[in-house]
Design a protein. Structure first.
Length: 297
């Protein structure tokens, strides 16, 4: 990436997103299509695990290993019985959604640390953002303004260096870029306009979806979409690192926004509506690019 590319902020669109949807072939199986490991949810917020797994399953991943706490595991398997609760090799992780770092049980911490030490790409959200520095593999974080302020405050030398959520909201593109550089991760900063930044300076924006997307659990759905995309593009991430993670993050935000539009059609929606609309958005993307798998209708 040259200096001009590093400084450029580019809007991510439909044609871009279509190039980052993995299409299975006749020789594909559940393992070659990508396996996503998930450590999300908690006794207080079990629904976050359900929403993330639901969204990941509907985005097009071969298998999901849900390895979170017992109560959310029960809810996940009730909603998505094809999820697997046994450990094993994965191509990517989704961790932290529906967890609270300030009230994190020790067994959840052990589960998170195991994922962080695995060496595979990670999508890190909410209650695992404070652990990003311990990750062995490449990381994309998905904070909102308050969460990003907390991440930056944790590494500030003193209180005078801390930034507030209001300051980030006033210039989200600049703060996403600063966080990516200082933390060494790809940043997906959530908002009506989503800002994606990589440590080297490359940046994307995604403006997609109705204001109805601002609803409880919507971010958990976004995390599931991104987790599935990461697990299905492990080879590209290995070859291209944060450049690939940024493209996948932008694609997830685009799909999430379009799924919100489709689910809403001008009316209020809930998070599960967004997840259920994802396959239709993926299908339309593939049709637009002439890449629909054999048998698609």
């Amino acid at each position: 990436m040259n200096d001009a590319q590093k400084d450029r902020v580019r809007e991510w669109g439909e044609a871009d997103a279509a190039e980052w949807i993995a299409v299975p072939g006749e020789a594909s199986d559940k393992y070659s299509r990508g396996v996503l490991g998930v450590v999300t949810g908690s006794d207080r917020y079990p629904g976050a695990a359900v929403l993330g797994v639901e969204a990941a399953a509907r985005t097009g991943v071969g298998m999901i290993r849900y390895l979170g706490a017992p109560r959310p595991a029960e809810e996940v398997l009730r909603r998505r019985p094809e999820a697997v609760s046994a450990g094993g090799r994965v191509q990517g992780w989704l961790i932290g959604s529906g967890m609270d770092a300030s009230a994190r049980p020790s067994d959840d911490l052990l589960r998170l640390k195991a994922a962080l030490a695995d060496g595979t790409p990670l999508v890190v959200d909410a209650g695992a953002l404070d652990l990003v520095r311990s990750a062995v593999g490449p990381v994309v974080v998905t904070p909102h303004y308050r969460e990003l302020a907390g991440m930056l405050a944790a590494q500030a030398d003193d209180d005078s260096d801390a930034v507030t959520a209001a300051e980030i909201a006033a210039d989200p593109a600049a703060w996403a870029a600063r966080a990516a550089r200082s933390l060494g991760v790809t940043v997906l900063l959530k908002g009506h306009t989503t800002h994606i930044a990589v440590p080297s300076g490359g940046r994307f924006t995604v403006t997609a979806g109705p204001a109805w997307l601002a609803t409880a659990g919507s971010g958990d759905v976004l995390g599931g979409i991104l987790g599935a995309l990461v697990a299905t593009h492990a080879d590209e991430i290995a070859a291209r690192g944060h450049e690939a993670l940024a493209a996948l993050a932008a694609t997830a935000a685009w799909v999430h926004g379009r799924a919100g539009e489709r689910a809403s059609d001008g009316a209020p929606i809930v998070a599960l509506d967004i997840a259920e609309a994802v396959p239709h958005v993926v299908r339309d993307l593939l049709r637009e690019r002439g890449r629909a798998p054999r048998g698609a209708v």
